[in-house]
Design a protein around this ligand. Structure first.
Ligand SMILES: Cc1cc2nc3c(=O)[nH]c(=O)nc-3n(C[C@H](O)[C@H](O)[C@H](O)COP(=O)(O)OP(=O)(O)OC[C@H]3O[C@@H](n4cnc5c(N)ncnc54)[C@H](O)[C@@H]3O)c2cc1C
Ligand code: FES
Length: 283
């Protein structure tokens, strides 16, 4: 994986174009930047309110889509910062810093890709399929229930799972269960094709995907959503434990999620120290 961005991040004011719910829990924010900026799927931006309304720390969000000067995010309201975003109206401004972080790998010939998003983990994997998707690549999305699924974003290239079988529109299909189990059902263990699986979502989902990849012999990349202060390596507030045989101590060290990640090889994460909760889509 050598997909570290060398693009200079743009710091600017971004004008809100649209901020509307796309499901019961997910909101899409479209913004216009001061200049055109390109993003690689998996990269993120730090967002804040302008002037005296600003929070001490900007909040990180993955890029869902970008075209010319317009950049889109998908978010869930979980606390003060996202509550403030929810109230933004067209014509208002936020501050923007991005693109930041290490992106998902582009496609390799002869290696089909499986994309797995759980809840607000959808943007980076959706962005990948939108930009690079080939007929051999498949997307999987897991939600709490049908109401939480942003149906208009998910075309026939996506398989959908729901924890609770409620609110699924009559003309759409969703399988009830955990999204990694849906992947395991749809891609038979007899199928020995070399694959790359890339996932973003709550930690238990990432662990389950990493376990499935190990069992099947697939390459696996995961995008981690750590709490972040700066977004570019200065505060060390976003560290995750990674295995490193050259590190002093027990063969692991802290890696900055914002600079060395947010996309990591699954086998480089020290899962015994990172993420021990039961599986539940909460992202
Ligand atoms: C690289 C990256 C990409 C992300 N992409 C998205 C995205 O596309 N859409 C989206 O909705 N969210 C995304 N997040 C998570 C998002 O940054 C947090 O939800 C947001 O910062 C919460 O801010 P708040 O002020 O509303 O909540 P706070 O008041 O700060 O916290 C409210 C609750 O959310 C939890 N929380 C706060 N920050 C995080 C975090 N980074 N990860 C997990 N839990 C957190 C807190 O522990 C607390 O329980 C991403 C995070 C990272 C690091
Ligand atoms: S968020 Fe500051 S070092 Fe990563």
């Amino acid at each position: 994986m050598n997909n570290k961005s060398t693009d200079a991040a743009l710091r600017c004011a971004a004008r809100v174009l649209n901020n509307h719910a796309v499901s019961t829990g997910l909101i899409r924010l479209d913004m216009e930047l001061e200049q055109k900026q390109d993003f690689k799927p998996g990269q993120f931006a730090m967002i804040n309110l302008p002037g005296s309304a600003a929070f001490v720390f900007s909040r990180p969000f993955s890029i869902l889509h970008s075209h010319e000067k317009v950049v889109s995010l998908l978010y869930r309201v979980v606390g003060q910062g996202t509550q403030a975003l929810e109230h933004l109206r067209a014509g208002q401004y936020v501050t923007f810093l991005g693109p930041l972080g290490r992106a998902f790998d582009p496609p390799a010939p002869d290696q089909p890709v499986i994309l797995v998003g759980g809840g607000v983990g959808l943007p980076p994997v959706w962005a990948w399929l939108k930009r690079y998707g080939r007929s051999v690549d498949k997307g999987f999305f897991g939600a709490r229930d049908g109401g939480d699924v942003p149906w208009d974003l998910l075309d026939e290239n996506w398989r959908i799972s729901v924890d609770i079988d409620q609110g699924v529109p009559d003309h759409r299909k969703a399988w009830q269960g955990r999204v990694p189990d849906l992947v395991a059902r749809e891609i038979s263990a007899e199928d020995k094709t070399s694959r790359l699986i890339m996932a973003c979502g709550p930690i238990p989902l990432l662990k389950a995907v990493a376990d499935l990849a190990r069992t099947r012999g697939w390459d696996c990349l995961v995008s981690l959503e750590e709490h972040m202060g700066c977004g570019y390596g200065a505060c060390k507030g976003c560290v995750v434990p990674v295995l490193d045989s050259t590190a002093s101590g027990d063969g692991w060290r802290n890696a900055t999620c914002c600079q060395e990640g947010p996309v990591f090889r699954a086998e480089s994460i020290d899962w015994s120290r990172y993420g021990q909760r039961d599986f539940e889509i909460v992202g």
